[in-house]
Design a protein around this ligand. Structure first.
Ligand code: B12
Length: 213
């Protein structure tokens, strides 16, 4: 359990090497990747979010915490992603235009890969036209968009509108997520699905792909 306490503390302090070492040791001690993620890294990031909200810490501190989170995720990735699974379909993933948050998106990508999907990650700040061009090129089954800012959520609707204009809307399933996004919002903008976290994203994407076949 000490490893978890250390992960929570090191992540908040932005100690990437400490997070890496403790994640490795926690896994070696027999803890599951999910326990390390939920009880350690996600818990610490939630505290960072709260402190940021209350102006107790600022962007530089959040950035180093985010870097430490990514370092820990790098250790977890091979455990979460089993590359022996046969491909279940292709998912195009990205954070929408104007938004630079990618930790949650990356986690969703990892879990989808772990669930057997081929994931094409377009990164952050992705323009609608870029999503559309890539969709045409790759003929992906699912478009998964992330937004962490209330100001960038409307960009998800914009992407869906562009898909409609391009005649692509019925060829791809759209799933959306991110902290401010809700199921109601997904209905409102006519997305096909919403998931609140990376684990449920895998189930939702599986359902979506099945309904395409
Ligand atoms: C880390 C962080 C940053 C880092 C991002 C680093 C990075 N590489 O991602 C930095 C410092 C760069 C940053 C910048 C900013 N941030 Co910021 N940030 C955060 C913070 C603290 C944590 C986000 C995070 O990584 N959480 C951990 C991950 C694992 O959770 P998650 O992203 O929610 O993802 C999960 C689910 O949402 C879901 N999910 C996510 N994406 C998807 C996609 C799909 C398809 C699906 C199905 C599911 C899904 O699954 C994930 C895993 O379970 C949040 C606080 C919070 N409570 O969210 C603020 C927060 C999002 N930021 C905020 C703000 C205001 C900003 C800035 C505007 C600050 C500023 N003044 O400059 C800038 C904007 C920059 C930009 N243009 O994007 C606000 C947003 C307020 C709002 N309502 O819009 C928040 C909520 C903080 C706050 N309470 O004020 N930020």
């Amino acid at each position: 359990m000490d490893y978890i306490i250390n992960i929570v503390e090191d992540l908040q302090a932005g100690n990437a090497e400490g997070v890496k070492t403790n994640v490795e040791q926690a896994l070696e001690s027999g803890m599951s990747a999910d326990e390390v993620l939920q009880q350690g890294m996600m818990k610490a990031m939630a505290v960072v979010g709260e402190k940021f909200k209350k102006d107790e810490i600022f962007v530089p501190e959040v950035l180093v915490a985010a870097r430490a989170m990514k370092r820990g995720m790098k250790v977890l990735k091979p455990v979460l992603v089993d590359d022996k699974v046969e491909s279940q379909g292709t998912v195009l993933l990205g954070t929408v235009k104007g938004d630079l948050h990618d930790i949650g998106k990356n986690l969703v990508g990892m879990m989808l890969e772990g669930g057997g999907f081929e994931v094409i990650d377009m990164g952050v700040d992705v323009e609608a036209a870029e999503f559309v061009a890539k969709l045409k090129e790759e003929q992906a089954d699912v478009l998964a968009m992330s937004a962490l800012l209330t100001t960038t959520m409307p960009e998800m609707k914009n992407v869906i509108d562009v898909l409609k204009e391009e005649g692509l809307r019925d060829k791809v399933k759209v799933i959306i997520g991110g902290a401010p996004v809700t199921c109601d919002y997904a209905d409102q903008i006519e997305a096909d699905a919403y998931a609140k976290d990376a684990a449920s994203a895998v189930d939702k994407v599986k359902e979506a792909v099945t309904s395409l076949k």
